[in-house]
Ligand binder design. Structure first.
Ligand code: FES
Length: 125
């Protein structure tokens, strides 16, 4: 399982090598998530309209290795944007990927930009 997880590496916007054109902004629900595929990765993308921001993270919840985070509930915890896994309610920061339950398992996050009505996700591969 370790090697499967190794493909998920957090990307900072300044380190982006490739902006992947994922889909039109109209393909994503407001204040909810949708999953896109990039190479072998599943990426959860969120249109967090209440914050007027977009976020992307791995779709894989590290707790039980389930591809479910795109179906998670978004919200905030002390002004930190977060996604809550729909299965066992682990909370993850959408800013840093940190596990907000204080556990070790964290998630990777990816930069998002919107241009001409399309959503782009930043990758290093
Ligand atoms: S699978 Fe996500 S919290 Fe358990």
């Amino acid at each position: 399982m370790e090697s499967f997880l190794e493909q998920y590496v957090t990307v900072n916007a300044n380190d982006t090598l490739h902006w992947y054109k994922a889909a039109s902004i109209t393909d994503f629900p407001r204040d909810g998530g949708a999953c896109i595929k990039y190479k072998e990765k599943q990426i959860a993308v969120f249109n967090f309209s209440m914050r007027n921001k977009w976020y992307a993270c791995q779709n894989l919840c590290p707790h039980k290795m389930e591809m479910v985070l795109a179906r998670g509930i978004i919200g905030d915890a002390n002004n930190i944007p977060k996604v809550v896994c729909p299965l066992h309610k682990r909370n993850f920061s959408l800013d840093t990927g940190e596990n907000l339950n204080g556990e070790e398992e964290s998630i990777t996050i990816y930069p998002v930009k919107i241009e001409d009505g399309f959503v782009y996700i930043g990758f290093q591969d």
